[in-house]
Write a new protein. Structure first.
Length: 269
């Protein structure tokens, strides 16, 4: 079954597609005004070294402390987190109560390597596999073959496997994979975070940079493991900025998380 919502799809259909394949593609989900604000924010994030400082804060939190600026403090990034059409689909998949987990942005060019097969699911303290963690992969400029592609392995979210169980395969083509390489600007791929996927690198002469924003959300019902050492500060800033706008009272609540475990974490920025 394809994972592209079609005209006339019902909530039940989308839920079934997501449950079976592990992903949904939402072409053109983000409107032009939001894209027009997001693109320069990503440029700033990369060009001013803010992304590098965010990574450093994850790698050595005792040395660096929280980064000087968080992605969600960038105005358009903050709006993206609670973009109403996105929230509607997430609510269909996870129910009315879910929590923001983390956010990161990047701009990929010809020098950006691929990312081997992996998944991004974090455990919860109930070890409940039925509770969803969902990644929203936003491709601000869209995708085509020159800027690289996203490969997914439908159904692999039902496995119980380590994140790196397929990393030794690099970005090689796998039986049953689906390649997503033709999306208009502002498209979003919603992915069960346990789904194995790979980022295929751009061609030698990409037509443009690949602008990428990745946000993840967790279904309420257990406490989830955070991936950023400054996660409490991040959620606190989101509340101070009122990013939920009163619509999503649990979205930035700290009570849905366990403590950060540095020995188990890598850099997520």
């Amino acid at each position: 079954m394809h994972a592209f919502p079609q005209e006339g799809d019902t909530v039940t259909t989308r839920q079934k597609q997501f449950a079976e394949s592990g992903y949904l593609v939402l072409p053109g989900l983000l409107p032009d005004p939001l894209l027009g604000s997001l693109l320069p924010e990503v440029d700033r994030w990369v060009d001013e070294g803010l992304r590098d400082r965010s990574i450093a804060a994850c790698l050595a939190p005792d040395v660096h402390g929280p980064p000087p600026l968080l992605e969600l403090e960038l105005p358009a990034h903050g709006r993206l987190l609670t973009h109403e059409p996105l929230m509607e689909v997430l609510s269909e998949l996870m129910g009315p109560s879910f929590v923001f987990h983390h956010l990161h942005s990047d701009r990929h060019g010809a020098a950006t390597t691929g990312k081997p097969w992996h998944h991004d699911h974090e455990p919860n303290d109930r070890e409940d596999p039925d509770l969803l963690m969902v990644h929203a992969l936003h491709y601000l400029g869209g995708l085509d073959r020159t800027v690289g592609s996203l490969a997914v392995l439908p159904g692999s979210h039902r496995e119980h496997a380590d994140k790196t169980a397929r990393a030794h395969l690099g970005t090689a083509e796998l039986p049953g994979e689906v390649v997503i390489d033709s999306l208009p600007p502002g498209s979003t791929v919603l992915m069960n975070s346990a789904l194995f996927h790979a980022r295929r690198p751009a061609g030698p002469a990409p037509s443009r940079p690949r602008y990428f924003v990745d946000a993840s959300y967790c279904q309420a019902g257990a406490r989830w493991r955070p991936v950023k050492p400054y996660w409490r500060y991040m959620l606190s800033r989101a509340r101070e900025l009122d990013l939920g706008g009163g619509r999503w009272p649990e979205l930035f609540s700290a009570r849905h998380f366990t403590e950060y475990a540095a020995a188990e974490r890598g850099a997520t920025a």
